[in-house]
Design a protein around this ligand. Structure first.
Ligand code: ADP
Ligand code: MG
Length: 309
């Protein structure tokens, strides 16, 4: 039977440390990071709980990937370059096959983005997975939620609603979209785009709870409003097919888990926006979030998922 310590050695100490800022990794009471002159350390943490954030039958490799991806997505939304992460695992039992798959999914993505796993905690209890992620940003360059300006154009990366469709499929909607399922189970954080946005965006957020809800955070914190243009949203053929079949045209705006970036840009910086981004609306002084569709304007709720309501 593996002990807590041999488990860490066997599954989580596999990768060599990569970044010069990582002074000490797994094995002591604390890890040590140095912050280069002229940089700030961005820190975020996200927890995933069984039956709340993932299904009990979730594939452990995808779970490891997604746990790290959602944290790297927060760094991306801030314009931070990923540096290091810690991993707190609460496990009901030691299942070596599960741990092998989970750590593969986690460490493969860590390797892709040169993130060092520098520590964590391992305890027994209901399956709960927590990551703290740290990244570097040149001083004063962080992309905040509170700095959108009236007149800014609203952009987002990638497609909207595929992860939401993936969840609908898990809940019984009849579609064979492998893309939607992959987007739900294994999102890719938009790290590179987050870095380029440092030079052109006024504000930024990642779409974890749904575009309406997450853009709503920018609006509230920046004391502004917005109108989104439904016809400009980039929807996959599978999502369009879902809307045709169900009439549920708000799904892409209300469903979460896309992990794309939504950001705002002054019109004069429009040409600096990376190519694979789509303009979807405009920031206005009138508070609230509106949706323009077929020349009709309706008000959208910005209420997202609330754990305690
Ligand atoms: P302590 O008792 O000082 O809290 P632990 O016994 O919890 O230390 O952990 C021993 C070392 O292993 C520490 O460096 C810790 O950061 C690391 N560690 C524990 N669990 C994990 C994990 N799941 N992933 C990575 N590192 C871990
Ligand atoms: Mg500990």
């Amino acid at each position: 039977m593996l002990t807590e310590f041999s488990l860490i050695d066997k599954f989580f100490k596999k990768l060599a440390l990569k970044n010069p800022e990582t002074r000490l990794g797994i094995g002591d009471d604390c890890a040590l990071l140095s912050i280069p002159d002229g940089f700030e350390l961005a820190i975020t943490t996200d927890t995933m709980v069984e039956n709340v954030h993932f299904f009990a039958d979730a594939n452990p490799k995808q779970l490891g990937h997604k746990l790290l991806a959602v944290n790297l997505s927060d760094l991306a939304a801030m314009g931070a370059n990923p540096l290091a992460v810690t991993l707190a695992l609460t496990l009901p039992k030691i299942d070596e096959n599960w741990l092998r798959e989970f750590s593969d999914g986690f460490l493969n993505l860590a390797q892709l983005y040169h993130v060092d796993l520098i520590g964590g905690d391992t305890t027994k209890g209901a399956l709960t997975l927590t990551v703290q992620a740290m990244g570097l940003i040149p001083k004063g360059k962080a992309l905040k939620r509170s700095t959108a300006k009236v007149g800014d154009l609203i952009f987002m990366t990638g497609f909207l609603g595929d992860a939401g469709l993936g969840l609908k499929i898990k809940q019984g909607f009849d579609s064979k979209s492998q893309n939607a399922l992959a987007r739900f189970h294994a999102p890719m954080p938009r790290v590179e785009i987050g870095l380029t946005l440092r030079n052109c965006a006024n504000s930024c957020i990642d779409i974890s709870d749904g575009l309406a809800s997450d853009l709503g955070h920018i609006l509230k914190q920046s004391h502004v409003g917005a109108t989104l243009d439904f016809d400009k949203l980039l929807l996959s053929a599978d999502v369009k097919n879902y809307i045709e079949k169900t009439g549920d045209d708000l799904m892409p705006l209300l469903a979460g888990d896309d992990y794309e970036l939504c950001f705002t840009v002054s019109p004069e910086f429009k040409n600096s926006v990376p190519e694979n981004c789509t303009e979807i609306g405009i920031i206005e002084s009138e508070l609230g979030l509106r949706l323009k569709k077929a020349k009709q304007i309706t008000t959208l709720t910005t209420k997202g998922y609330e754990h305690f309501s």
